[in-house]
Design a protein around this ligand. Sequence first.
Ligand SMILES: Cc1ncc(COP(=O)(O)O)c(C=O)c1O
Length: 413
Amino acid sequence: MARPTPSVTSDAITGRLSEIAAAVGTPCYVYDAGLIRAAYLTLDDAFDGYPHAIHYALKANSSLAVVRLLQSLGSHGDANSLGEVDVAMRCGFRPDQIVFTGVGKSAAEIDRAVALGLLAINVESPGELDRIDQRAVAQGTLARVALRVNPDIDARSHPHISTGLRSNKFGVPIGEAPALFREMAARRGLQPVGAHVHIGSQITSLEPLTRAAEAVVGLAHAMRGEGIEFQHLDMGGGLGISYDGAPVIDPAEYVRALVQATRGSGLKVAIEPGRVLVGPAGVLLTRVVDVKQFPAAKRFVVIDAGMTELMRPALYNAYHRVEPLVPRDGEAVPVDVVGPICESTDAYARDRLLPPVEVGDLIVVHDVGAYGAAMGHTYLRRPLPPEVLTDQGQWRVIRRRQTLDELLSLESE
Ligand SMILES: Cc1ncc(COP(=O)(O)O)c(C=O)c1O
């Protein structure tokens, strides 16, 4: 049964937001550790004893305290850059708990990934297969590799976060996979350990995910028939969350579907969830800095956060719930909630019904735990805002606000 993702407006956070804003200033991100724990355990429990590993996709939110929290729950890691590999290890993941994906791994990244002995380097092309083999042979070692296949399946998500179509740059066409597995098995420096598929992000229908899983299971059976035995099947991430309250895939149902597709093979299932673990657990706390009405036209609510703190609306026209922390009495009217950045795409909401707001009011932007701070940047010389983690009624700053001096410290005049 599909169900809306739980909202972050749990009492645990709402009661503390004014206090946090007063203490650390705005804008700031606030995460709820309890919601992250609950989301992780929902996925983990749904495997119901079937062999599996949950590789948290660090790209969603790689703040040290968030990654450490997931590591402490038993999660493994999915890294998309060497930086993320290092963050994962700093947070306690062993190299053999980390899978490394990335459509354009540099020579330095390959060299280090091989030297570390990661659980799997997910290979994206025949050329990359060759480069990993060369580095492994040069290092006198065997690199564990999985092949990322592109099954040409439409994830029915936003086109900018779809990765499993022939027209997307990711992986190798699944038809070419058997030949590449034979090639891997024949190479001196490579040990093929699995197949990998990731067809997109913010996926809200189960069918494409199940079809992708069935495709890699079919591949595993075919390769087994040729004597090439895998250790795991990595089904990627992509589970969507409900940004607007509409029903989404039940995470437990998703896990059960993957297990059902895989059980016959007996292979371990790996998944790489990001958004579903941390997305609903975070809010962005921001303050109104201006309100202006154009005659017989738009009303703008200007806030102190923008595309620098949350890229998703500008990047994908993504929807986020935006509401005053403490609503004032009065009729709700349509407004554009816009940021302070000099770009017309810098708007979190357009023609959204909002109760009256005044300069200084706190505004909460929901579901920013994933791809919020992680995609943050410093355009217009805006220092990175702080991040706060709440847990069982307590809160602590897990990243303090960057200063302008820190931002400029790499430069010289
Ligand atoms: C290879 C890979 N794995 C996992 C993820 C995590 O996806 P999500 O946050 O949608 O679960 C991504 C993100 O697109 C990805 O590219």
